[in-house]
Write a new protein. Structure first.
Length: 349
């Protein structure tokens, strides 16, 4: 649920005291009657006061259906924030049924009226719709740009990110990634630029440029970029250095890449790039498997089947092969089938 932002209004009790000629605090009924009269007379601040009080339950008891009514009155009288708040109530089904079309209409009205909040809420609504209908990405981007122009917090960065996804021309998309990567904060854009160069998506394929962008992303802590660098070294696309490959896998694993944990574990189990350390290898397979990586689970099962640094344990091996098979690892599924197959004995003459 999106939080409804409020515009704090200080009306009313003083006016009510003066009108009533009474020093006693006004009752909720008096407050409501006084402001309803002013709202009906065209005072949009009185309408907003009632809407916010009924929404939050301050001087008046909380009443979301009434809050809708008075946000609608304030919106009709030109309060852009009221239009946005009404849109949020319609979107979230507060005070009545959900109405996404009504939410969109009121967010547009708010945005057109100069509310950065309204533009932001409109953008978020479109972005959610884009999950099913990609055509709404462009509309979301336009709304974020409008909110950004009004300096609404966080929307400029969101507009920049969304521009990368809304763009369909590969060359332009790559350009957007590279521009975002040139800053200090969007290292994921560096990883995406590296991927496009490495795969030749929209530009001639370049392993060197791919590696350049992957390295920047990896240095900034993007786990998948570190994994890509290590794989490129293993495949000989970059100079192969076992110690550096293992160090890069370790870094990716530390940042949460399950594939890297499994590959690092394999190198420790075999003493490749570091002294043989079967216990550390097993621990890394376990970490990978915990993150539901099928290869990590399969390798862990193999450790218990062969007794690599542990006692052989067929039950545990089958347990991890079962997990790996659940995650669609073919060799693990084959190992399970072989374990369940009836044993064929020889015949005596």
């Amino acid at each position: 649920m999106r939080i409804i932002m409020i515009a704090v209004l200080s009306l009313i009790a003083g006016f009510l005291f003066a009108e009533a000629g009474n020093e006693a605090p006004p009752s909720p009924a008096q407050i409501a009657a006084f402001n309803e009269k002013k709202c009906t007379g065209g005072d949009r601040e009185a309408c907003m006061y009632l809407a916010e009080n009924y929404y939050y339950g301050r001087e008046l008891a909380k009443n979301h259906p009434k809050a809708r009514i008075f946000y609608r009155h304030a919106c009709a009288k030109g309060n852009a924030d009221a239009c946005s708040n009404l849109g949020a109530m319609l979107e979230n089904g507060e005070g009545g049924g959900r109405d996404w079309n009504g939410a969109e209409t009121n967010y547009k009205k708010s945005c057109d009226g100069g509310s950065g909040l309204g533009c932001n809420n409109l953008a978020v609504l479109y972005e959610r719709r884009a999950l099913k209908e990609p055509k709404f990405l462009g509309k979301a981007l336009d709304a974020y740009n409008s909110a950004c122009a009004m300096q609404y917090e966080g929307t400029c960065a969101r507009a920049e990110k969304l521009a990368q996804y809304a763009e369909t021309d590969p060359k332009k998309k790559l350009e957007n990634h590279q521009i975002a990567c040139s800053g200090k904060d969007d290292l994921e854009a560096c990883h995406k630029a590296g991927t496009m160069h490495y795969l030749g998506d929209g530009v001639p394929r370049s392993v060197a440029k791919g590696a350049e962008y992957f390295k920047k992303a990896c240095d900034g802590g993007v786990a998948a970029a570190c994994y890509n660098i290590a794989i490129m070294m293993e495949q000989g696309e970059l100079p192969r250095d076992a110690k550096q490959i293992l160090a890069t896998y370790d870094k990716a694993c530390d940042k949460g890449d399950a594939r890297a944990c499994s590959n690092a574990g394999f190198m420790y189990i075999n003493g490749d790039g570091a002294p043989l350390d079967q216990e550390l290898g097993r621990a890394l397979f376990e970490k990978s498997c915990t993150m539901k990586h099928n290869e990590g689970c399969y390798n862990l099962g193999n450790v218990y089947e062969t007794g690599a640094g542990v006692e052989k344990d067929t039950a545990k091996a089958l347990e991890y092969y079962t997990l790996a098979c659940t995650y669609e690892h073919k060799k693990a599924c084959d190992a399970l089938k072989a374990a369940k197959a009836p044993k064929k004995g020889g015949k005596k003459k």
